[in-house]
Design a protein around this ligand. Structure first.
Ligand code: TMP
Length: 211
């Protein structure tokens, strides 16, 4: 499962639509592994390094039409490159477990599949500038209507993508499931329509089974 690039640590990502509960699950797995004495770095995208957190503000606040899909791909990729250089690679090189709340699959689905057919552009930029896949990806699958009402209820002020509406979230869900289907060795789909503790227990079991 390990790729060897960037060190010997393990790189785990959580993906899913807005309000799917993936951030809670990323945190619960990190807490559980830390309680077992493992050295875990919990991080997120967009963000995860000071520069990338600044880019996050540009991306997630303001009008839904603020950026074209192409401009967005460049900004997400710039943020990811900085996150990789400053946070992920050093942690993996120090043999830490890195758990990231979102990574490149989000760009493939949000920018590559839902806002014009830009998947080829996303893939080219990824191989040019990132060139790294996670060792294991949990896709938290969730009913889009419930997820959207949860996401908007948070009122985080970072709702640019939630503001695209329900059919957008439905497209996203199908995009994530298609990715999981295309990369079954790396991706595990987890049913998120259950209490967080039940979801977390399955995540942990899958993590241990693939260690
Ligand atoms: P989150 O912190 O709630 O997961 O929000 C991040 C938002 O940014 C979410 O709506 C998904 C979106 N996003 C993309 O569109 N492309 C990306 O590459 C990433 C990492 C996030």
């Amino acid at each position: 499962m390990r790729q060897g690039l960037g060190g010997t640590g393990r790189f785990i990502t959580f993906e899913g639509i807005d309000g799917s509960g993936k951030s809670t699950q990323a945190r619960m797995l990190a807490e559980r592994l830390r309680a077992e004495g493992q050295d875990v770095l919990l991080t997120r995208e967009p963000g995860g390094s000071p520069g990338a957190e600044e880019i996050r503000q540009l991306l997630l606040t303001g009008d839904p039409d603020r950026w074209s899909a192409e401009a967005e791909i460049l900004l997400f990729t710039a943020a990811r490159r900085d996150h990789l250089e400053k946070t992920i690679r050093p942690a993996l090189a120090a043999d830490r477990i890195v758990i990231s709340d979102r990574f490149a699959d989000s760009t493939r689905v949000y920018q590559g599949a839902t806002r014009g057919d830009l998947r080829a552009t996303v893939d080219k930029l990824h191989s040019l500038m990132i060139g790294r896949e996670p060792d294991l990806t949990f896709i938290i699958d969730m009913d889009p209507e419930t997820a959207l009402s949860r996401g908007l209820a948070r009122g985080s002020g970072e709702d640019r993508f939630e503001d695209f509406g329900l059919s957008f979230q439905e497209n996203l869900r199908h995009g994530f499931l298609a990715l999981a289907h295309a990369a079954p060795d790396r991706c595990v789909v987890i049913d998120g329509n259950r209490p967080p503790e039940a979801v977390a227990a399955e995540v942990l079991a899958q993590f241990e089974a693939r260690a």
